[in-house]
Design a protein around this ligand. Structure first.
Ligand code: G3H
Length: 477
């Protein structure tokens, strides 16, 4: 029988007073992976109150001791990497090797955050640099924690994207209320178990699981929350941003990352990156390549390179390390199937794929995709890639910028001047030259503009986002 997990409140694991649990079903086989608690609003209140109390003490703990907790957490995760990697595989259908890699990458982010956090200092300013000011007026600008940070993580990196929020929050003296995506919460619970084993003070991180319909808005609009850091869907992020008032938000949302293949591109290299960018983990990455712009003269050759590589992709169970695996749930597969049907009906050329078995969608490539097709604009979060043929680089840029999203883009060219001028013209947070769109290495800033997000992540920027300036002015005689 599947394990029933409990939630962490004030250093103790509890069953909910609701007496209800939520079943976590396997994305790829008939199986219940486990059950998590369906918490109530009063339990959410207690989680936030306990975090607030713990934070007051934690903020006084020396930074080097806070760093020690993070290093100990990283060590615990490394010890349990195989076990947690396997749970990631079972819960969100990611290949086992990738699941284990995610845990190890997480330990590295945590350690880097601890190190960066030790060097994350404030500033001193002297008054005399402003007209009429005095050198005897000295500002000491410290980095102060925000208080209780609400961290909400998505299903696709249930450990990594959670720890990328918890670690900087803890390092800068905040407490955390952690709400994992329901599908992904078991992995999140194991990650928190590792933190408890590392010596987490009671109440400093409280874990909340439950139904969005019951506690979602209650949690995100709660007056006890001082900052929200969220990774997930654009609609939810927009809702959060409308609902929140006067607290900082960091949002990492959806994308429609384009690959722009210029006339002089190395097509073989471009195809390698486009395929890995589009189809790894079935495209269930915000940074997946989600459309390809190519000029007519190179289009046939590029399509041939892409379809040859798609034919070699492994498709099936994550237990067999397949690249293309069943999507997270039936609703997601229904959505992707709808995009495929729409493109077929509107006359796109189906180069390969297009079929579905349960939640598994074959890697699908469409050519001659036109503006009236949903796949030209919508984010599939699935293994479907549209090729859009255009007549000029200017047209590529304008088409790319018409998107509501602005996460990343890839530009493939051998011309460094063209690369920079296209990169400058693209309305995205980042542009990759001759590489696939991706977040890592994790100390780089990670930025979404337009409907792709708000604020910046990446180790250093995440530390900054969880602090505010605290000014003390010294008026010397
Ligand atoms: O799904 C969104 C993630 O932040 C993407 O991360 O580029 O490492 O796959 P990744």
């Amino acid at each position: 029988t599947a394990t029933t997990y409990t939630f962490l409140l004030d250093g103790q694991w509890h069953e909910s007073e609701s007496n209800e649990t939520i079943e976590i079903a396997s994305p790829y086989k008939e199986d219940i992976v486990g059950r998590v608690q369906a918490m109530t609003k009063p339990e959410v209140d207690r989680a936030i109150a306990s975090a607030k109390t713990a934070q007051a003490e934690w903020a006084k703990v020396p930074a080097n001791k806070r760093a020690e907790l993070l290093h100990a957490w990283a060590t615990e995760l490394e010890k349990r990497a195989d076990e947690i990697g396997k749970v990631i595989m079972r819960e969100v259908g990611k290949g086992l090797a990738d699941g284990i890699k995610e845990v190890k990458r997480t330990a590295e982010i945590i350690r880097y955050t601890a190190e960066e956090g030790l060097r994350f200092d404030g500033q001193m300013m002297q008054g005399d640099s402003f007209p009429g000011g005095s050198a005897k007026k000295i500002a000491v600008i410290k980095k102060a924690p925000l208080g209780v940070v609400l961290a909400i993580s998505p299903f696709n990196y249930p450990v990594n994207l959670a720890a990328a929020k918890l670690a900087p929050a803890l390092m800068t003296g905040n407490a955390v209320v952690f709400k994992p995506a329901t599908q992904g919460s078991i992995s999140g619970i194991l990650m928190v178990e590792a933190l408890v084993a590392a010596g987490l003070p009671a109440g400093l991180v409280n874990l909340v699981t439950g139904r969005g319909s019951v506690i979602g808005d209650y949690l995100t609009a709660h007056p006890g929350i001082n900052m929200i850091t969220f990774t997930g869907g654009t609609a939810t992020g927009q809702h959060l941003s409308r609902q929140s008032s006067m607290i900082p938000l960091v949002l990492e949302l959806g994308g429609k990352d384009p690959a722009l293949v210029l006339e002089d591109a190395d097509l073989s290299l471009a195809a390698d990156h486009i395929i890995s960018g589009a189809f790894s983990y079935s495209g269930q990455r915000c940074t997946a390549i989600k459309r390809v712009f190519v000029l007519e003269p190179q289009a046939d050759a590029l399509v041939a390179e892409l379809s040859a590589r798609i034919a070699k992709l492994t498709v099936g169970s994550p237990e067999d390390e397949s690249v293309v695996v069943p999507l997270i749930d039936a609703k997601s597969a229904d959505f992707v199937e709808g995009l495929i049907t729409d493109a077929n009906e509107k006359g796109a050329t189906l180069v390969t794929g297009g079929n579905r078995t349960a939640n598994l969608i074959e890697p699908t490539l469409f050519d001659h995709v036109t503006r009236d097709m949903r796949i030209a604009w919508e984010e599939p979060f699935g293994p479907v890639l549209p090729i859009i043929r255009v007549n000029s680089v200017e047209e590529m840029i304008a088409y790319a910028n018409e998107s509501e999203y602005g996460l990343q883009a890839s530009v493939f060219t051998e011309n460094i001047d063209a690369a920079f001028s296209v990169a400058d013209a693209l309305e995205t947070g980042s542009v990759q030259i001759n590489g696939r769109t991706e977040r890592g290495p994790d100390h780089f800033p990670f930025i979404g503009v337009k409907s792709s997000g708000l604020g910046v992540q990446g180790v250093g920027r995440s530390l900054a986002s969880m602090t505010r300036d605290k000014l003390t002015v010294l008026n010397l005689k």
